[in-house]
Design a protein around this ligand. Structure first.
Ligand SMILES: C[C@@H](C(=O)O)C(=O)SCCNC(=O)CCNC(=O)[C@H](O)C(C)(C)COP(=O)(O)OP(=O)(O)OC[C@H]1O[C@@H](n2cnc3c(N)ncnc32)[C@H](O)[C@@H]1OP(=O)(O)O
Ligand SMILES: [Co+2]
Length: 134
């Protein structure tokens, strides 16, 4: 069911420093910061030949990554995003298998303008999983 790896997300305490590290030290193609108020994050996308890295920084009071950064003050890998062909079919199949779909279970529009959903990290080997409709 899951397809390509769309991105790996890293939560960071300092977005500008992290972007500079990827741009100047690692020599990657780094895009400008993008506010995602619906998701409570500001993101910087880094384009690699075969996938993307998403740098995440909290936006607003109720950011879902606030707790993660408190536990990991230096930052850390926050989630991985897999593409699926049909996000509603994927959601229903996952629910039937007992996986917890986060939030109200309705897809939100993600940073690429496509529907996304998140799955509880405790159901997938301690890794928060995002699904994005391809
Ligand atoms: C823009 C968009 C896009 O790409 O298009 C995005 O990515 S937006 C990216 C930001 N949005 C999201 O992450 C939305 C989905 N996330 C959420 O709903 C939340 O962050 C949760 C995953 C439910 C975690 O929330 P919170 O930290 O408040 O919960 P909590 O402290 O009760 O955590 C419950 C347990 O899960 C662990 N836990 C928390 N976040 C985790 C993570 N990212 N990876 C692995 N484990 C994690 C905690 O350590 C704890 O484990 P212990 O009990 O063992 O201590
Ligand atoms: Co993401």
């Amino acid at each position: 069911m899951i397809g390509r790896l769309n991105h790996v997300a890293i939560a960071v305490p300092d977005l500008e420093a992290a972007a500079a590290s990827y741009r100047d030290t690692l020599g990657a193609k780094v895009n400008p910061p993008q506010d995602e108020p619906e998701h409570g994050v500001t993101v910087v996308f880094i384009e690699l030949p075969n996938t993307k890295i998403e740098l995440l920084h909290p936006l607003g009071e109720n950011s879902p990554i606030k707790g993660f950064l408190e536990k990991n003050p230096a930052g850390g890998i926050h989630h991985i995003c897999y593409e699926v062909d049909d996000i509603i079919a994927a959601r229903d199949r996952l629910r039937a298998a007992g996986a917890r779909v986060l939030g109200d279970g309705e897809p939100k529009i993600g940073a690429h303008g496509k529907p996304v959903l998140f799955l509880h990290p405790k159901d997938f080997q301690g890794t928060l999983v995002e699904l994005e409709q391809a």
